[in-house]
Design a protein around this ligand. Sequence first.
Ligand code: 13P
Ligand code: SF4
Length: 367
Amino acid sequence: MIPEKADVPTIDLDEIRRQAWAAPCPAPLSDTERQALRERIKQLLKDRNAVLVAHYYVDEELQSLADETGGCVSDSLEMARFGHAHPAETIVVAGVRFMGETAKILNPEKRVLMPTLAAECSLDLSCPADAFRAFCDRHPDRTVVVYANTSAAVKARADWTVTSSIAVKVAEHLHRQGKKILWSPDRYLGAYVQEVTGADMLMWQGSCIVHDEFRADALKRLKAEHPEAAVLVHPESPPDVIALADVVGSTTQIIQAAQTLPNDTFIVATDRGIFYKMKEATPGKTFIEAPTGGLAASCGSCAHCPWMNMNGLANLADALERGGPDHEIHVDPAIGREARKSIKRMLDFAESLKVQATGEANVASPA
Ligand code: 13P
Ligand code: SF4
């Protein structure tokens, strides 16, 4: 019998990496330009009845602006929830495109703007909707669970959308019901969820090109140099890196772990944009970046998402000023309605468990 895995489409991650590292960085700004843009954005947010919602991985300039203007800085799910609950007519999402799409799916009546619609995500790119639908159709016996880092069209084909903070709970729930899972797109997060829950999971083979760069050998050496440090790892990282973690969790859970663990030093395997909020939440603690592929001189190994990095003050101001096809998110209403069902299922489940998406992290058991 041909193993099911054999029919999982092959993904050209090298091509996706090439696209990623070709993403243009915002031009550097002088202090005067920076200040002028900050003031202009603050005024435009008021004039346009808009709120700024930023992910932890974007430049700290944008994170601080979101805080100062009554917006929010959070993980992908909280960004969507916040925009949904906020009375503003326009939501400005500083992050990557799937985050803007999720905001639009949950708030179809609102205008959703982004500094750039070219901010992709390698997980989203590695799961084209047509190929994914065909894959699902070949496995009708499986419950389709997709990570939030996917397009609206992929979410529309799913039974469940999950974020990293609730993926384990959802898989446990389905496993208890005797259901088999078709999981997409992140193979590492999927492998982690499978290991923790024992669920039967058929895995799409996408990965995050940023977290894929963390290296277990170098991390072991760094741990030996800092035996006092706790290791915090995002589950998009490779399995041998996850195996070295004291805590495995989503971005919010990683910040919470730094607050609650007694350690003063942390080695962190996720995008370094998170350090801004980690330092703010835990003054006096020390954070060390987990080692990446060793191409220290190249952008390809800097533990910073090249697409998150496309968000800057200038294109944020432009989004608010001009809106239009370079900045406004549109989701086909029929696709949006279907996608909303899979997102709502997660939100309702989280509510029923009283597990917020910002809830407890998975503390790794000792090896
Ligand atoms: P969170 O949902 O933990 O914010 O992660 C989103 C992401 O893109 C991580 O790489
Ligand atoms: Fe996507 Fe990885 Fe960037 Fe997160 S860090 S947005 S998963 S490419």
